[in-house]
Design a protein around this ligand. Sequence first.
Ligand code: 4AD
Ligand code: MG
Length: 431
Amino acid sequence: MAVKALISNVNRHVGEEVRIGCWVHNKRSSGKIQFLQLRDGTGFIQGVLVKNEVGEQVWEKAGQLTQESSLWVTGIVREEPRSPSGYELTLTNVEPIHITQDYPITPKEHGVDFLMDHRHLWIRSPRQRAILTVRSEIIRAIQQFFDERDFKLVDPPILTPSSCEGTTNLFHTKYFDEDAFLTQSGQLYMEAAAMALGRVYSFGPTFRAEKSKTRRHLIEFWMIEPEMAFVEHEENLEIQEQFVSHIVQSVLRNCEKELKVLERDTSKLEKIVGPFPRITYDEAVEFLNKNGFEFPWGEDFGAPHETAIAEAYDKPVFITHYPTTIKAFYMKPDPNRLEVVLCADMIAPEGYGEIIGGSQRIDDPALLEARFDEHELSREAYQWYLDLRKYGSVPHSGFGLGLERTVAWICGLDHVRETIPFPRLLYRLYP
Ligand code: 4AD
Ligand code: MG
């Protein structure tokens, strides 16, 4: 009896007969031999069917198979150094499950809109499979990083009564008779969790009704938000550079095949080990003004500015100490210079933009209350958040890593739309 196997583990079955549930990715025939390119999601393998060996009936069944038809195959696993997977199947039987007619995504080129309309099928292609595999590895590496450092995973709510990152891009919904918003960031809740569990992180979807149609913006994206009690600005940056180095090095180690499919220049990723360069906002402004921009102090950077700064480095760069006026209400002012805050954005190399935003948080209740007023936030809605400063306030810091921008950078993609299985973009909610 043939053993049931996955393409990813045929190496354990060399010389044995295996049975694999799969789809036809492609096929070609040369008279008395059919070559089936098979995929089962875990990998790709070539199945070779020889007419004289399998007989007329099996040969004809195989002849009906079309691109993306589903089937069971039975075959002997052989080592094949010339094949990309290193293995091949000498087929002894094929049992079609479903014969596909007119699969819309053919090996020819398709436009982006067409592919996006067929995203549910597009994810079957080798390139999309490679991206989603790297995404999965990044998530695994993230969980490993925090597990090894005594962090607890905490899940903040998705439906919230108030905003975290400003009120301009909130998704509004009704919560029975009350107003509610989809979360922009779990941070405020993570601060409460850090006071309970010390070191925590969340991993979940966040939503921003941003009317930006850029290659870096999603409406729904996934964020990893660590929050740490008794950690100040400097240590916050050190943890971030260890974190990002760990993610990149894990992908290099465990996704060699996928990075090859994506034709990623891995020499660029090999350089991603801490420490990362740090410049202040002031230095960044000076740099821009020396390099062809007219950039006034006090404004926020846009994509072209971030790219120009990133190009000066081959590692991610921290930009620290932004003006208080352009950052979130909860950031702690630099005690030596109250007009700037103890924050940092991490800008990825190669033009991928900001992948992390983080800061030390205000721990003084009076200052926080003053900020509520300046930002016109209702004290009532944030009473619980103020409580964290009234009962055993401690210095604490945290940050948020945008998963999709990180995937785009590590995979070397032009656009974040390919980094998530079903992207929610401006004007795209289907499929
Ligand atoms: O800089 P942001 O807005 O920071 C926060 O939300 C903090 N509350 C995080 C914290 O300190 N706990 O967002 C963090 C990251 C950005 O650096 C970016 O990588 C990503 O989230 N991001 C987006 N990614 C895709 N599409 C969007 N529209 C994004 N907005 C932010
Ligand atoms: Mg930010």
